[in-house]
Ligand binder design. Structure first.
Ligand code: NDP
Length: 318
């Protein structure tokens, strides 16, 4: 692969200003000591014309003209929005940004967990109505000593485990191979999911959306959860059977949840999830941080260096 010019697609603007990454990569190219590792970087809009001189692109969205490039880098960890089979057929390398989200998502999940226990979401909602309304005596509680089950122990899961462990929760985990993980008391396989979630106060989803994980949490898994438990989804909406979740919340099978991702995004205005008690809705921003472009820049820079040395780019998916 030869990388003379890399485009930064305008779709990244949903997460950071494209010019930040363009400047970051251009600065790196200026100072790169590795012979031949530097590539020109330019802002592109996904059109064939703007991509004409590009060999690679860094992007949030998939666009058809990308199938004519050598390499596409997703600024997200999840690559479910890219047609991977067609990338394979076209011989286009696809990489992702897994590994950089653990801190931000871990802190967001810690925030959700604390808000739900300490009722912060209610105070914020009451404040919008100038309402001085204390919780009932038995509504607020503390998380130390409670159990969490983190489903998916990759980059995201690791960041989440660290924060929840630090808050004094006992943490279990679920992954495909039940390899031990520091800070995780018990590691279950996916086949044991219902057992794994049964005694957790928080079930946190941090798996990629794949054929194997679509609908992983359905009516039976929700029924297996405690009626005082909360579902936190920072993975992808499709990992949960959303109608089954709405039913479980309405019928009090679980106590509530914090949802960052949804089957349809933006979450439609008429979704029942907006108005359910003890459900925090966030607009797929659990990983947002003003350093996001720096983190993506570091991955791309490392990949450019590796490609110049004849190796594969970092985090290759296809
Ligand atoms: P990683 O690849 O680092 O980790 C994925 C984890 O999920 C691994 O522990 C893996 O198991 C596990 N896993 C994969 N497939 C299955 C399966 N079929 N059943 C059970 N476990 C499975 O990815 P990241 O942690 O970086 O990201 C995970 C996902 O989180 C992303 O794909 C993305 O969709 C989502 N995400 C959401 C963000 C947000 O803003 N809300 C931000 C970043 C990511 P094993 O250890 O056995 O390999």
């Amino acid at each position: 692969m030869r990388l003379d010019r890399i485009g930064v697609d305008e779709s990244v603007a949903a997460v950071f200003p494209p010019e930040r990454l363009v400047d970051r990569l251009a600065d790196a190219a200026d100072t790169d000591a590795t012979e031949g590792a530097a590539a020109d970087v330019t802002a592109v809009d996904g059109s064939p014309e703007s991509l004409a001189d590009c060999d690679a692109v860094v992007t949030l969205e998939h666009r058809e003209p990308f199938l004519d490039l050598e390499w596409v880098h997703s600024i997200q960890a999840g690559v479910d929005r890219f047609p991977r089979e067609r990338f394979r057929e076209a011989g286009v390398v696809l990489t992702n940004s897994t590994g950089v989200h653990g801190d931000a998502v871990g802190e967001t999940v810690a925030g959700f967990v604390l808000a739900l226990a300490r009722r912060v979401h209610e105070y914020a909602a009451n404040q919008a109505d100038n309402e001085w309304d204390r919780p009932d005596w038995d509504e607020a509680w503390t998380v130390a000593g409670e159990r969490a089950c983190v489903v998916g122990l990759g980059g995201l899961g690791r960041g989440i485990v660290d924060r929840l462990d630090g808050l004094g929760l006992d943490v279990d985990g679920v992954r495909r191979d039940p390899l031990p993980e520091p800070g995780v008391d018990r590691v279950f396989t996916v086949d044991e999911l219902r057992t794994a979630v049964a005694d957790a106060r928080f079930v946190v989803l941090a798996v990629p959306l794949t054929d194997a994980t679509r609908g992983l949490v359905g009516a039976e898994e929700l029924a297996a959860m405690d009626d005082e438990a909360y579902l936190v989804n920072v993975a992808r909406g499709g990992v949960v059977d959303q109608p089954a979740l709405v039913d479980a919340l309405r019928e009090g099978e679980i106590a509530g949840g914090a949802l960052d991702v949804f089957e349809t995004e933006p979450l439609p205005a008429d979704s029942p999830l907006w108005d359910l008690d003890d459900v925090i809705v966030s607009p797929h921003c659990a990983a947002y941080t003003r350093d996001y472009y720096r983190h993506v820049g570091a991955i791309v820079e490392e990949s450019v260096r590796r490609v110049a040395e004849g190796d594969e780019p970092v985090n290759r998916v296809v």
